[in-house]
Design a protein around this ligand. Structure first.
Ligand code: NAD
Length: 496
């Protein structure tokens, strides 16, 4: 049985832990590997090694650090399909979707290679006579990242390349559900020329995360995962005087205006709601039909009926299994609650299975109408292939509904009206807005800007905000004496 190693001080080492977790193929429950819950000494060794490596890594010229990222991006492209296949085995994504998971991470590495431009400070000459002020961005020290199961390539790549190119060193604690993908990312990072100790990987769950949150050596923590855990990490991390950015749960609404192009709108809604089995933090879980667009529910229903989950290497499969039997059970009980609370279930995927793979965590596409704000299926992040349809009369009502929702990760509007689009993008209290784009995940020269209960922190992930998160600004005010004029002591706060 493959035992997933730790990665400490540039060595892949076996953990001496007595606690191990199975890494399971969700399509058939085959145990692929065992991942350790690292011991306290192992986590400490990783943090110490990162701290030691920081002393030299921070002085490596920025273009040299960036060149490692260029090489890394090239290696990831070369190995994209191989990494995608690992994702398919440990997470069950379809091959195309898994390749997308890797690709969207590669885009962040490409952006990290742009660090010299992103790290530029500011200058003003002559802020007072013969005095100049300029600022530098300097690394923080050791940073850490805690990642979720649903994008095992993209989300680790949101974090460590940005932190490291800024001159920090990094401790990654990947999801225990699919650690094989991030370990392959780490091997390739080493191959790209990353020096020993710059990146560490420890595995585990709450205890290992707690040790990271309490360690005074760690200056900043990036988290992506569920709301409860993210809130805990944000509170505990900031209590221990760390910077924390936590991208968490979501309930994303898509608004459908009657003037939207029908066929494109229906296709986009079906793909964005059940794609990846609904296991995307930017997936659509509520469709808000304005006025007569509610008649299109019949077309959505037909679309759902044509969606067939299946194995990763079945080119006809729309999406794979849910991540664990527990996740499947939770989705099924939410579907049941929708029925019990009076929603109309037009398509029910509760009993879906794949022949020969009956042990897989399958849930078929599920469509509800007549959903109200009080129902559990509306309030909870289901994180499964379940779409709730809500009907309103006006765009204003749709905007008010979305703004009442505690989450604010993503939303979209489908319309042919520029005026409606402008009103929506201006008034909506959600951080990432798509106009005729169902899943508006910003490319990495922007940042991933969830709002409200979908993000705890100040500076968002990747892009310029990512650089600000992983750096400190140092502002220098300087004067060089070039004359013999001597004035008396300056007793005021003014520069002169
Ligand atoms: P999760 O919160 O269960 O786990 C995330 C990480 O936290 C894992 O590494 C896990 O080991 C660790 N963890 C779990 N319990 C912990 C605890 N009690 N204390 C400390 N650490 C703990 O999330 P998940 O199920 O892996 O991922 C799905 C969630 O992630 C969904 O809610 C989804 O919306 C969210 N997500 C958000 C974004 C975003 O950008 N906003 C992106 C992807 C996923």
């Amino acid at each position: 049985m493959h035992q997933v190693p730790l990665y400490i001080n540039g060595e892949f080492t076996q953990s001496s832990s007595e606690q191990w977790i199975d890494v399971v193929n969700p399509a058939n429950q085959e145990v692929l590997a065992k991942v350790p819950c690292a011991t306290e000494q192992e986590v400490k060794a990783a943090i110490d090694s990162a701290q030691e490596a920081f002393k030299t890594w921070r002085n490596v010229p920025v273009p040299e650090r960036a060149r490692i990222m260029m090489k890394y991006a090239a290696l990831l492209k070369e190995h994209q399909e191989e990494i995608a296949t690992i994702i398919c085995h440990e997470l069950g994504k379809t091959f195309e979707d898994a390749k997308g998971d890797v690709w969207r991470g590669i885009e962040v590495v490409e952006q990290a290679a742009n660090a010299p431009a992103m790290m530029m400070g500011e200058t003003v000459e002559n802020v007072a006579r013969n005095i100049d002020t300029y600022s530098y961005t300097q690394p923080l020290g050791v940073c850490a990242g805690i990642t979720p199961f649903n994008f095992p390539a993209m989300i680790p790549l949101w974090m460590f390349p940005m932190a490291i190119v800024c001159g920090n060193t990094f401790v990654l604690k990947p999801s225990e559900q699919d650690p094989l993908t991030p370990m392959r990312l780490v091997e390739l990072f080493e191959e790209a020329g990353a020096p020993k100790g710059v990146l560490q990987v420890v595995h585990g769950t709450k205890d290992q995360v707690d040790q990271i949150l309490e360690a005074p050596e760690i200056k900043a923590v990036s988290f992506v995962g569920s709301c409860n855990v993210g809130h805990y990490i944000y509170s505990k991390g900031t209590q221990h005087k760390k910077r924390v950015q936590a991208c968490v749960g979501a309930k994303n609404h898509m608004v459908i205006m009657p003037d939207a192009p029908k066929a494109q709108t229906v296709n986009n809604l079906v793909g964005a709601s059940v794609g990846a089995g609904g296991q995307r933090c930017m997936g659509i879980s509520v469709a808000v039909f304005v006025g007569s667009s509610k008649e299109w529910v019949e077309d959505i229903k037909k679309g759902f009926e044509g969606v067939r989950p299946g194995l990763w290497n079945d080119p006809e499969a729309a999406y794979g299994p849910q991540t664990t039997p527990q996740a499947k059970q939770r989705i099924l009980s939410l579907i049941q609650s929708g029925k019990d609370q009076g929603a109309t279930c037009l398509v029910d995927g509760s009993d879906y299975t794949v022949e020969g793979y009956e042990a897989g965590n399958w849930v078929g596409p599920t469509l509800f109408t007549d959903v109200t704000e009080e129902m559990e299926i509306y309030k909870e992040e289901i994180f499964g292939p379940v779409l709730s349809c809500v009907f309103v009369d006006t765009l204003d009502e749709a905007i008010a509904l979305i703004n009442r929702n505690p989450y604010g990760n993503g939303t979209s509007l489908f319309t042919a009206s520029g005026a409606a689009a402008r009103k929506f993008q201006q008034q909506i209290e959600v951080g990432q807005v798509g106009i005729n784009i169902p899943i508006p995940v910003p490319l990495p020269f922007f940042s991933f800007t969830g709002w409200k209960n979908s993000f705890y922190g100040d500076q968002h992930t990747y892009g310029k905000q990512g650089v600000r998160f992983y750096t400190e600004t140092k502002t220098v005010t300087s004067r060089w004496f070039d004359d013999e004029v001597v004035t008396g002591p300056n007793m005021s706060i003014n520069l002169r």
